[in-house]
Write a protein that binds this ligand. Structure first.
Ligand code: TYM
Length: 342
C-alpha cells in the first residue's frame, strides 16, 4: 500500500486499430517496459478493442491487429508473467463500470475533449455514441483496477485528467474514498512524436500517408527511405535546445533520436550540433533500424503461433478479472445495486 492507501499499480492501453507506430512505441510501450522493470508497481497492459470499434473496424483486421499488438508488447519487452497482458473485451467489468461512469460524467465534460472534437470532425451527428462516451470507458479501464499511475503520450493527458474528475465526482456523490485519483505519467524525450511530413501534426496510425510515420513492422530500407524523405529545414542543427525554437521538424527528429538512444535532446545536440540533415538523417536511420529490427523480427516470430498469443491473452484476462470483479462488486454495493454480499 502507498501513502494514499492504494497499491501502486500501473494501467495503460493501446488501441488495436492499425499497426503500431514509432509514436506508440516511444510515447507508450517503451515506457510500459521501464515501469515493469522498475519493480515498484503492479503493471497491467491492455489491448483496448472496445475502444477501437468506436470507429469502424473490419472484423478480420481487428482480430489480426489485436494479436499483432500483443506480439508487439511481448517483443518490446513486456513479460506476460510479470505484467498482466490482455484484451479489454475479455474482461466484461470494463464495460460494466463504464456504464456507471456514463451516469457520473457530464455531457459538457465530454464535449470539451479534444480527441472527440478531432475524431468526430465536422460531422458530429454521424459520429458513434461510443466515440462520445470513449473517455468514460477509458476511466473505467483505469479505475476498475484502482490504478494509481497511467503512462501515456501527451495526447492522452486530457483523458487521464477526466478520469480523475470522474473518480472525484463518484467519491463525492456517494460520500466514499473509493476510487484513487490516478496520476498521468508523461515522461521522456518523445511524449509527442510528430508526423515526418508535418511537424505540427502528431504521428498517427490513422494518417492517410504512410510516409508520415514509421511502423514497427517497417523493414530497414523503408525506415531509411522515410527518414531520408522526412521534411526538414535548410539550416544545420543547433548545439543547444533554444536553437530548435520554431523548427518543429528538427525538434521532432532530435527527440526521436534522444528517445531511441535513452538520452536527452540536450545531450544529442551537444553531439550533433553543426551537422547538416544530410549527415544526421543516416545516423538516425541506423539507430532506428538497430532498435526496431529486433522487435519486428520477434513480432514476426510470435505471430507465427497465434494460438499461443490467444492463450497468453486469455490467461491475462483471468488474472485481470481477479482484481476487477471484486472492485466492480464493491462499486455496485456503493451505488445500491442488490447482489451477493461482499
Ligand atoms: P492510442 O492507441 O491512440 O495510443 C496508445 C499510446 O500511444 C501514445 N501515442 C503517442 N505518444 C507519443 N507520440 C505519438 N505520436 C503518439 N501516438 C500515440 C498515446 O498517447 C497512448 O499512450 N485512449 C488511448 C487508449 C486507452 C488508454 C486507456 C490509455 C484506452 N484506455 C486507459 C491509458 C489508460 C488511445 O487511444 O491510445
Amino acid at each position: 500500500m502507498s501513502e494514499s492507501g492504494f497499491t501502486p499499480r500501473v494501467f495503460s492501453g493501446i488501441q488495436p486499430s492499425g499497426g503500431l507506430t514509432l509514436g506508440n512505441y516511444l510515447g507508450a510501450m517503451k515506457r510500459f517496459v521501464d515501469m515493469q522493470e522498475e519493480g515498484r508497481f503492479e503493471t497491467i497492459y491492455c489491448m483496448v478493442d472496445l475502444h477501437a470499434i468506436t470507429v469502424w473496424q473490419d472484423p478480420a483486421a481487428l482480430a489480426r491487429n489485436t494479436r499483432e499488438l500483443c506480439a508487439g508488447f511481448i517483443a518490446a519487452g513486456i513479460d506476460p508473467e510479470r505484467s498482466i497482458l490482455f484484451n479489454q473485451s475479455q474482461v466484461p467489468e470494463h464495460a460494466q463500470l463504464a456504464w456507471i461512469f456514463n451516469c457520473v460524467a457530464r455531457m459538457g465534460w465530454m464535449q470539451r475533449m479534444t480527441q472527440w472534437k478531432d475524431k468526430a470532425g465536422k460531422n458530429r451527428e454521424n459520429a458513434s455514441l461510443g466515440l462520445f462516451a470513449y473517455p468514460a470507458l477509458m476511466a473505467a479501464d483505469i479505475l476498475i483496477y484502482h490504478a494509481t499511475h497511467v503512462p501515456v503520450g501527451e495526447d492522452q493527458k486530457q483523458h487521464v485528467e477526466l478520469t480523475r474528475d470522474i473518480a472525484a465526482k463518484f467519491n463525492h456523490d456517494y460520500k466514499v474514498e473509493f476510487f484513487p485519483l490516478c496520476e498521468p505519467v508523461i515522461e521522456g524525450a518523445a511524449t509527442r512524436v510528430m508526423s515526418l511530413r508535418d511537424g505540427s501534426k502528431k504521428m498517427s496510425k490513422s494518417d492517410p500517408s504512410d510516409m508520415s510515420r514509421i511502423n514497427m513492422t517497417d523493414d530497414a530500407d523503408t525506415i531509411a527511405k522515410k527518414i531520408r524523405k522526412a521534411r526538414t529545414d535548410p539550416d544545420p542543427l543547433p548545439s543547444e535546445i533554444d536553437g530548435l525554437k520554431d523548427r518543429p521538424e528538427a525538434r521532432n527528429l532530435i527527440n526521436i533520436y534522444a528517445a531511441l538512444s535513452d538520452t536527452t535532446p540536450d545531450k544529442v545536440l551537444a553531439e550533433v550540433g553543426g551537422k547538416q540533415f544530410s549527415e544526421f538523417k543516416p545516423m538516425l536511420s541506423d539507430l532506428a533500424v538497430a532498435r526496431l529490427a529486433p522487435i519486428s523480427a520477434e513480432m514476426a516470430r510470435l505471430m507465427a503461433d497465434p494460438a499461443e498469443i490467444d492463450r497468453i491473452l486469455t490467461r491475462g484476462a483471468e488474472r485481470a478479472r481477479e482484481i476487477a470483479a471484486p472492485i466492480l462488486r464493491r462499486t455496485y454495493d456503493i451505488v445500491g445495486m442488490v447482489g451477493p454480499a461482499t
